[in-house]
Design a protein around this ligand. Structure first.
Ligand code: SF4
Ligand code: SF4
Length: 459
């Protein structure tokens, strides 16, 4: 089997895929469901319900709050208790709709049958219709970043999509939600890929899967054999292969230029396997996005597993179901150990982008003592974006914003490979993330000012 991979940098953290062979279970319904209005990149959604309103599973509770935004649907049936500020996975208080759960009554418009619908048998589905259903169902990227999917399916007119690449990499240690989804819903993911290809009018689709998931590679190869439009691309395991730019490089050997370029600038539309599944459900089953596959894991977690979770369920409820928090020091992450964020409270709810709840204990939960940089260059070799992390971190700490921008800090994908590999345990990612945020703010303000001046000159 020929294995592909991306060309620059990358690291090899321990896999710890403890839950890979554990079939997915349905998580218990929460007693109270919490729906933050900011679950995606872009403007927060706007509530369309108020205290006392009755909702069902699949009822629209918040509409898109702008062009880059997505609606939110209830994952439970019950009564809206209140709209209040809650701590979400970012650690900030954000407005959320809170629903007291009462039974499990679904909107009748949702097709709950297991019957597989194929794109072939639905010729009425035009690209516009597919995109509209995806938009109206609140589908966002399920791999973590949470970009509204319909926007990716309507790329700028200056670009031309040539292929869809499905991201089945799941290179973060511990997480196995996508892997289980690939094994348990292979047909639906393939139909999701066909829908995506039809939506962006391309005739080529790829599914990239790392070689630590041979069963997933095999089942997709079997099920797509005979269709020359689909290619399964086995990838050599290396982190962060699931990054969009790294995946495009690995699968079609094209390099996405620095921001603001995106994969479609080199012809690729990249979607996660979870997103392909959500697209299938939205378009073929009229099912909005209100539940997802999530892994609950950690070396000391008694009963780790993969769960189909109704969004709004708290981390605490899922951890309790898996045997509770281990004794001693713990760090609970939304996501995996490389890119996940430590949460401030177990009352944080599962949202559209929550692919994993990872519990780190003992030494893994502690930062090691920071030492002076020994100029070994390991962070530079590890960086998949060809950056100089030691320099970016130093410039960020010194608040040298202009220089930081000229050193391409906005290309950083926050993968953490530099920090992972640093023998001096320097907080490279923390510093770079701080600096990148500041530089992005400066760039946004500059663009806004230029637009305002242009408008003034025109007037
Ligand atoms: S976090 Fe940024 S600087 Fe560090 S290795 Fe990843 S892309 Fe490079
Ligand atoms: S890996 Fe750490 S010690 Fe080595 S050059 Fe980079 S920052 Fe310095």
């Amino acid at each position: 089997m020929k294995l592909h991979t991306f060309r620059i940098g990358g690291v090899h953290p321990d896999d710890h895929k403890l839950t890979a062979e554990i079939p997915t279970k349905k998580a218990e319904l929460p007693k109270k469901a919490i729906f933050p209005l900011s679950q995606h990149i872009g403007a927060p959604a706007k509530p369309v319900v108020k205290r006392g309103d009755k909702v069902k599973v699949g009822t629209l509770i918040a509409e898109a709050g702008g062009f880059v935004s997505a609606p939110i649907f209830s994952s439970v049936s019950g009564t809206v208790e209140k709209i209040d500020n809650v701590i979400d996975a970012t650690g900030y208080l954000k407005p959320a709709i809170i629903v007291n759960v009462d039974g499990d009554e679904w909107e009748e418009s949702i097709d709950r049958s297991d019957k597989l619908e194929t794109v072939e048998s639905h010729p009425e589905l035009t690209p516009e219709e597919i995109i509209s259903r995806v938009k109206n169902a609140g589908v966002t990227g399920m791999g973590g970043a949470g970009f509204p999917t319909f926007i990716k399916l309507t790329p700028p007119p200056t670009t031309k999509a040539e292929c869809v690449i499905i991201n089945g990499v799941e290179c973060e240690p511990y997480i196995t939600a996508d892997y289980r989804l690939m094994l348990e819903h292979t047909d639906e993911i393939i139909q999701g890929l066909y829908l995506l290809m039809k939506a962006v009018k391309v005739e080529k689709g790829y599914i990239g899967i790392e070689d630590n998931k041979p069963k997933a590679i095999e089942i997709f190869e079997q099920k797509t054999a005979g269709d020359p439009r689909i290619e399964i691309v086995p990838l050599k395991k290396k982190y962060p292969q699931g990054g969009e730019k790294q995946l495009v490089d690995a699968v079609i050997n094209r390099q996405v230029p620095a921001p603001p370029a995106i994969p479609v600038n080199v012809g690729a539309i990249v979607q996660n396997v979870g997103t392909a599944f959500a697209v299938y459900q939205a378009v073929m089953k009229n099912k909005p996005l209100f539940e997802r596959y999530t892994t609950v894991t950690g070396l000391q977690v008694k009963n780790p597993g993969n769960f189909l979770v109704r969004m709004g369920t708290t981390f605490g409820q899922l951890i309790d179901y898996c045997g509770g928090l281990p004794e001693g020091d713990n760090k609970v992450l939304a996501g995996g150990p490389m890119m996940g964020k430590s949460v401030a409270s177990l009352d944080v709810p599962v949202c559209k982008g929550t692919n994993s709840i990872t519990v780190l204990t003992g030494a893994d939960a502690h930062r090691k003592k920071v030492q002076n940089c020994i100029r070994c260059g390991k962070c530079v070799s590890a960086c998949p974006m060809g950056l100089e992390p030691y320099l970016l971190a130093t410039l960020s700490a010194a608040q040298e914003w202009e220089r930081l921008e000229s050193e391409d800090v906005t290309s950083c994908i926050s993968c953490g490979s530099c920090q992972f590999t640093c023998p001096a345990h320097r907080p490279l990612l923390d510093n770079i993330t701080f600096g990148k945020g500041h530089v992005m703010g400066i760039i946004k303000a500059r663009i806004a000012k230029a637009k305002a001046e242009a408008a003034k000159a025109k007037a």
